[in-house]
Design a protein around this ligand. Structure first.
Ligand code: 13P
Length: 178
């Protein structure tokens, strides 16, 4: 209710978005509370399970005028960056099939970023991102923006990313200020 209060009074358009919805129930609760978009994150599951479950949420969200983001490939944790980065990268063919099967409104892709503080240097796959942005018919989202560096983020946006998620850097700044 607090977020809705301020969103309705803001001078710019505001989206009230659930990030990393962890279950069907969580997403439906958010929709009922008035969120304008939800992310359902089944990226740790198999392609089939991820697509099947996401499709259900898309059906329900669209029925009440909300949009859905989902993740294919897996953006892992920075602490495990060096071990998990490569296995999680999004595959173009799968992304095309996934968007067609689920009807999602935007897609979070794994192109070399990770959540939280990076162990090692962030290394982004701009060529992969370029292919994804040219072929995938919905806007692409970049998770794990913190610590990725302004230059990498700017280049990611120039290469087709339309939403950048930042948490750790913002939370840290808040903690410091407190
Ligand atoms: P960071 O905490 O790495 O910025 O990641 C945020 C994020 O992707 C939230 O979905």
């Amino acid at each position: 209710p607090i977020m809705k209060y301020y969103a309705e009074r803001a001078k710019v358009p505001v989206a009230l978005h659930l990030d990393h919805g962890s279950s069907f129930e969580r997403c439906v609760q958010a929709l009922r509370l008035g969120f304008t978009s939800v992310m359902y994150d089944a990226s740790a599951k198999s392609f089939e399970e991820n697509a099947e479950e996401t499709k259900e949420i898309v059906k329900i969200a669209h029925a009440v005028g909300a949009s859905v983001e989902a993740e294919l490939g897996h953006v892992g944790q920075g602490a495990e960056y060096e071990e998990t980065r490569d296995a999680g990268l999004t595959k173009l063919e799968e992304a095309l099939k996934y968007v067609e099967e689920t009807g999602v409104d935007c897609l979070a892709v794994a192109v070399g970023t990770s959540h939280g503080v990076y162990k090692g240097e962030p290394h982004l796959e701009f060529e992969l991102l370029d292919h994804l942005s040219k072929e995938v018919p919905v806007p692409l989202v970049l998770h794990g923006g913190s610590g990725t560096g302004d230059e990498n983020l700017a280049k990611a946006v120039r290469t087709g990313i339309q939403k950048v998620n930042l948490n750790t850097d913002v939370s840290e700044a808040g903690k410091q200020a407190l």
